[in-house]
Design a protein around this ligand. Sequence first.
Ligand code: MN
Ligand code: FE
Length: 331
Amino acid sequence: MAGIINGASTTDPNKILPMKYPWARTHYKKGVANNWVPEEVSMQQDVELWKKAGGLSEDERRMIMWNLGFFSTAESLTANNLVLAIYRHITNPEARQYLLRQAYEEAVHTDTFIYSCDTLGLDPDEIYNMYLTIPSIKEKDDFVVNITKSVFDPNFTTEGTENIQKFVHDLVGFYVIMEGIFFYAGFAMMLSMLRKNRMVGVGEQFQFILRDESVHLAFGADLINTIVAENPAIWTPEFKQTLVNNIKKGVELEKKYADDALPRGVLGLAPASVKQYVEHVADRRLERIGLERQYHVDNPFPWMSEIADMPKEKNFFETRVTEYKTGELDW
Ligand code: MN
Ligand code: FE
């Protein structure tokens, strides 16, 4: 039977119709509906505030630098993972079509940090080396690289239960931990700046990236859940425990990163709340792929899902609360 993986002998990758996985099509269409490019966003206010002596506090400046430093290289890491490691193992054409869309969006995200560096006049050697020079950033990147080693082995195949487990293990590393947890302390920090009407250009770029990433994550979870449904023998208690342990380790690294980027907190944002948000988000991810919640904490930032759900055309400050779509993101 042709599944979403291991279908090479029975699936023609050029024949997309009829479709077997309509959810892949839905995510593709959502991605297209979110289309944007960084130049649409004005950086005028950001440039003035960034360059004005005393315009930003030292703590705000650090928080912004840490997030630009992490995201500037994380976006390329994600794009490389997709194209070099994941794509060749996904044999279904509509799922591949989505991966191509996602790869394009990662290119747009990479472009966003080029645009931010250019407009704010940042030193590229500083920003693009932070993944090496800042230990809390390096540890996150190293962790993802280490738990996704199997798929990068040129001899790796997804044949057999053990190899399918390895593949799902690595997909959880990419989609659930990297895109689903490691991006989210940064999203909360940068969107809290947007809410305060400070660095609104950078804030809006992060808002658009968040909206894209929530679709990447939803696709990743559907992909993982489909592989598990088609290969139920992989879903053993031991394997599930390994995944939970990886996710918990990811949460610890993300909380460490939050403490480093935001050591004292800034107006409207306490480090303890950011860490609680990371735990809340991790529970949502665990549930989405059929694993048990580990933290059981409330969402300290309900405004995060409001921002993510808002139609792109609407500016945060022009939108009244009553216009927000209700309900949480479809993670
Ligand atoms: Mn991205
Ligand atoms: Fe992504």
